[in-house]
Design a protein around this ligand. Structure first.
Ligand code: PMP
Length: 429
């Protein structure tokens, strides 16, 4: 039974029982319409209402300013590894094109041929196009690899690699003074919380703070720590996250994007121009412009998954009078409790990441009790399961790369975290 176990899985993660019960009813018969939510058209009025309400509740919970757009997309966090590249390289090219036109005096009666524009753009791409990645764990590494695959490694700049300053392993965010940021990068990308490695940025990096109107284009993957602390949205151009960890069920991906990256502020270059420049043209379903223009309903969206996300947000808004700040206090309290317990027993446990970058969401530790870590971790997992503590085993990548299994616990809201066994709803509250 659900109340017998406390689940620590990082994602798909635990959802509040009340949300699941409401969603289960809606799956059969939504609001007495006689039809289940997964059967209603995404073009129906009720679908639009669900989408708009979820957007508004997310904006309210996180205090998203008016000059940002919330998009519901598909393709998961991995889809966004590609989407961010396609879209922001487009923006970079379009802004450059505009600059070339302006410098040539277009609009002031002068003319410039398409050939000259193309030559100028080719030169700009060759000399200046860079996409910056801060690699602090396996997810930002994957994102940087996807960029290299799509546009070519020559355009990818690794600003810093956490392994280089930490004995070849992820676990520490490199000192900002050693970061090698490009000038006018198409974006500076980082993963705010590395799920597998348990590495989280303690706060917004000083080096990425906006300078006047022309701050860097900062993009963050917040798949595994969104909704868990207040974020300075204004400092970001784009934030994305898959819903399955901290928001709802698998099936939708959320993008919070600054409107200045969308039309009418900036258009999309013609696909033929991108091809001439040797740059990729992305799939239409990953185009932020297209999704924004169609209010997230360009093609069939899983309204049921949006509904679940919306219900989680409504529960969060009802639980925390001070919204995300309330959740932040809880997340900090929970993770401190667990780290304190682990640190108190150095003979039995070793926390993997450095103290300076410890995640409040995914607590990675080894069980070192006895002669063999492998045996100790097996025993730990067995005994944990007997106590109803499940989902504690680490990411599969860890078991193949290193001989022992990493252990990851999750403190996400609305996911379980308490070490003592409680009923699921007590834990969620
Ligand atoms: N980014 C982070 C931080 C993640 O934890 C994950 C999933 N574990 C992903 C991206 C990839 O997400 P998806 O499986 O939705 O593609």
């Amino acid at each position: 039974d659900r109340s017998d176990i406390t689940y620590f899985g990082a994602g798909p993660a635990l959802l509040p029982t009340t949300v699941l019960e409401t969603a289960a009813k809606s799956l059969v018969n939504y609001n007495d319409t006689g039809l289940g939510l997964a059967e209603h058209s995404h073009r129906s009025e009720l679908a639009t209402k669900i989408v708009e309400e979820a957007k508004a509740d997310l904006a309210s919970y996180l205090d998203i300013p008016d000059d940002y757009e919330v998009l519901f997309m598909q393709g998961g966090g991995s889809g966004e590894f590609s989407a961010t590249v396609y879209n922001l390289v487009n923006v970079w090219v379009e802004r450059r094109r505009q600059r070339i036109l302006q410098e040539a005096g277009i609009g002031a009666g002068k003319e410039i041929s398409e050939d000259v524009i193309l030559t100028e753009l080719r030169k700009a791409v060759e000399q200046d196009l860079k996409i910056d990645y801060l690699v602090t764990g396996s997810w930002s590494l994957k994102a940087s690899q996807e960029a290299a695959r799509l546009v070519g490694p020559e355009y990818v700049n690794i600003v810093a690699d956490g392994r280089k300053t930490n004995d070849g392993k992820f676990g520490k965010i490199p000192d900002e003074k050693d970061w090698k940021l490009s000038k006018n990068a198409a974006m500076v990308y980082y993963c705010d919380n590395e799920t597998v490695d348990g590495v989280e940025f303690p706060s917004f990096p000083k080096a990425l703070e906006p300078v006047g109107e022309d701050g860097p284009i900062v993009v963050a993957d917040m798949s595994s720590n969104i909704l868990s602390r207040r974020i300075p949205i204004k400092n970001f151009s784009l934030i994305f996250f898959g819903a399955q960890k901290n928001l709802g069920s698998t099936g939708i991906t959320v993008v919070i994007i600054k409107k200045s990256l969308l039309p009418p502020a900036v258009g999309t270059p013609a696909p033929s121009l991108m091809r001439k420049l040797g740059l990729p043209v992305g799939p239409i379903v990953l185009s932020y412009e297209t999704i924004a223009k169609n209010k997230s309903l360009y093609n069939t969206l899983s309204i049921f998954d949006v509904y679940i996300a919306g219900q989680v947000l409504k529960k969060a808004l009802a639980t925390f009078a001070d919204k995300v700040d309330g959740q932040q206090i809880l997340a900090e309290k929970k993770s401190k409790l667990i780290y304190a317990a682990l640190d108190a027993h150095p003979e039995s446990y070793k926390v993997v990441p450095d103290k300076s970058s410890r995640s409040r969401m995914n607590i990675c530790f080894r069980v070192t009790h006895g002669d063999s870590i492998d045996a100790a971790e097996k025993l730990f997992l067995k005994q944990a399961t007997e106590k109803g503590l499940t989902g504690l085993k680490g990411h599969r990548s860890k078991s193949s790369q290193i001989p022992f299994k990493e252990l990851i616990a999750s403190s996400q809201y609305p996911k379980a975290m308490a070490l003592q066994t409680k009923s699921r709803d007590e834990v969620n509250a």
